[in-house]
Design a protein around this ligand. Structure first.
Ligand code: ZN
Ligand code: ZN
Length: 403
């Protein structure tokens, strides 16, 4: 969903995005903006197999099976049975994968004996198969290959609390499924579809599943959001602070689509979010150093002013006056440079006092698409998930591709 310059930009800030929304108050999902030309699914949804990058680069990883498992050399097709009575430590040495006493010169796939058995990778259990490949840094990349619906089960509690009203869980499942299908192949150059971090959707594997959130996934199985027959780019965020935002106001460039379904709408249901009102303070010195570490050539920061407001009351631009001149920044870029978990949204005001900038704002996240806390509020008010989704994504239809 990003243009490629922005992929680099977002990856560079990925260190700040270490989780997502509620209830553990991890940072919200900040998916990047749309990109054209994504891979369209060629199979019915229930047959889609998705590859998730669970470890993008490591020197070593431990693997354990619930029962004996099979290793397949992906290049030669050779198979080896491995007993389950061991925890295997895998490493790379000179472009080879060392797996116990075996060595492989190409990528390998680990397949459990039975489909309900999990493979444990560095202590976390996963459904499906595990692929190990040597990446371009000559380190190990670990990929989980599994069915799409099983993948959605593994992201639900990373995005919302499974204790939330059931209709909001249904809405989350449809949005997560739509997002995944729309973004298949996003990390194709690294050998997988989606990463397991906030850059795509946070995925915790089998260990993060919950019976109630799984029920929402199976309850909505096969359902996705479409606009004029096309799968939508289902962006979402933690809380909007009152009104959602037009996508063009967050990522505005020639490559960003600006469809009707990503136009801002009134929410008014997310007041219960702890971050509906937030405040933060950052010294002007720190603001200068944050901007420099993002590559902006600024001297000592003297003043910060906001310029313009969007229809959802978010700041359009930030003016930074510094000892070497002035810098105008789009508010979203300013937020990313400061740390999006400190400046939680671009709906803020700022006052300077004794060398410190004091921010007060509303909501958490970019504000585009579904407001997760708003969906929760609507569900508590008796809205069903279809009504919730149609509210946040104007003009869309929920299509069950399985029927
Ligand atoms: Zn990603
Ligand atoms: Zn909201």
């Amino acid at each position: 969903m990003v243009n490629h310059k922005k992929i680099i930009f977002y990856l560079s800030v990925a260190v700040f995005f270490t989780g997502c929304a509620v209830p553990s108050r991890k940072p919200p999902v900040i998916p990047p903006p749309p990109v054209a030309g994504e891979i369209k699914p060629s199979a019915p949804i229930k047959e889609i197999i998705i590859k998730i990058g669970i470890i993008e680069s490591t020197d070593r990883v431990s693997i354990e099976g619930e029962d004996d498992f099979t290793i397949i050399n992906i290049k030669t097709g050779e198979k080896f049975n491995m007993p389950a009575d061991d925890i295997y430590i895998l490493k790379t040495v000179k472009d080879k994968i060392i797996f116990g006493k075996k060595q492989f010169a190409s990528d390998i796939k680990i397949i459990p004996r039975r489909t309900d058995q999990k493979i444990t990778v560095d202590g976390k259990r996963y459904k499906g198969n595990i692929i190990l490949r040597i990446n371009n840094r000559k380190k190990l990349a670990v990929i989980n290959e599994l069915g799409l619906e099983e993948y959605i089960c593994g992201i639900m509690t990373k995005e919302v609390s499974p204790s939330w009203s059931f209709e909001s869980l249904n809405a989350q499942a449809v949005v997560a499924r739509t997002y995944a299908i729309k973004n298949l192949g996003k990390h194709a150059s690294s050998g997988f579809d989606l990463c397991s971090q906030t850059h795509c959707q946070v995925y915790g594997g089998f260990g993060s599943e919950d019976e109630r959130s799984n029920k929402a996934v199976y309850n909505t199985a096969g359902e996705i959001l479409k606009y004029n027959g096309e799968i939508i780019n289902a962006l979402y965020h933690s809380s909007c602070g009152g009104r959602t935002e037009d996508v063009k106001n967050v990522w505005n460039d020639s490559k960003t689509e600006n469809p009707e379904y990503l136009m801002g709408v009134k929410c008014g249901f997310c007041e219960k979010d702890k971050w509906y009102n937030w405040s933060a303070s950052i010294s002007l010195k720190m603001i200068g150093s944050n901007l420099r570490s993002f590559g902006y050539k600024v001297g000592d920061v003297k003043k910060i002013k906001t310029a313009g407001r969007t229809s959802s009351d978010r700041v359009k631009e930030v003016l930074i006056e510094h000892s070497k001149g002035a810098l105008w920044l789009r508010s979203n870029r300013f937020r990313m440079a400061m740390n999006p978990n400190v400046i939680r949204s671009t709906n803020f005001t700022v006052k300077i006092k004794s060398g410190v900038a004091y921010f007060r704002g509303h909501g958490w996240g970019h504000g585009v698409g579904m407001c997760q806390w708003g969906a929760k509020g609507m569900a508590e008010d008796g809205w069903n998930y279809k009504k919730i989704l149609k509210h946040y994504y104007l003009g869309t239809e929920i299509i069950n591709e399985e029927k």
